[in-house]
Ligand binder design. Sequence first.
Ligand SMILES: Cc1cc2nc3c(=O)[nH]c(=O)nc-3n(C[C@H](O)[C@H](O)[C@H](O)COP(=O)(O)OP(=O)(O)OC[C@H]3O[C@@H](n4cnc5c(N)ncnc54)[C@H](O)[C@@H]3O)c2cc1C
Length: 199
Amino acid sequence: MSEKDNRKQLVVIGAGSGGYAAAFTAADIGMQVTLIDAESSLGGVCLHRGCIPTKALLHVAKVITDAAEAKNWGVEFTGPNIDVDKIRAWKNNVVKRLTLGLQQLAAARKIEFIEGEASFADSSTLEVKTKAGSTEEISFQNAILATGAHPAALPNIPADSPLVMDSAKALEVEDIPNTGSGKRVDRLPVVPADPEAPT
Ligand SMILES: Cc1cc2nc3c(=O)[nH]c(=O)nc-3n(C[C@H](O)[C@H](O)[C@H](O)COP(=O)(O)OP(=O)(O)OC[C@H]3O[C@@H](n4cnc5c(N)ncnc54)[C@H](O)[C@@H]3O)c2cc1C
């Protein structure tokens, strides 16, 4: 009689758009899936600090622009009164709702979710460091790496300078940046991480 194989059939490291899509597809074709992410919820950059929050804020900007342009059609509004804290809270709520949706989709597929930072101990064993500081060993048959990317640092520019924001910081601004003399900035230079990319 063969011994029971206690290895996880498939581990997916990274629960961003790449990782959760792979995990969902694998579960849909009948695999037993364990999804691991260092963050406490599914969604990765796109959901927490990328596509979704930026599109929520772009929607706000579009409403303001549309209202201003309506002047040309004979409908004039007084200028907007912007409450940055309320906009941020609304944006965070959009993200939270979608995060919960993903959690439900994973639960419906019986995907096991582990919060922790994974590294390979060998070709069939992972070490997963939990937030609490403990380390769990997980052996697996198959693994998918979907660990994403990080913002690139600009050479010779200190990352902690108050004049520099990466995209994650820009999504959490506490106020609309001003020039220092109290005047609001209406233009921001944006430097792409890829120097070949168009600005
Ligand atoms: C500001 C911004 C706006 C964007 N807008 C768009 C858009 O409109 N449309 C679009 O298509 N794309 C957009 N993108 C790009 C999109 O966010 C990425 O393409 C997408 O997130 C990549 O998904 P991923 O799963 O490969 O990686 P990620 O989303 O980076 O996910 C990787 C996950 O792996 C986890 N992880 C990493 N290492 C480990 C480890 N050792 N152990 C456990 N977990 C680990 C991370 O915590 C993370 O959750 C935007 C990105 C940014 C920054």
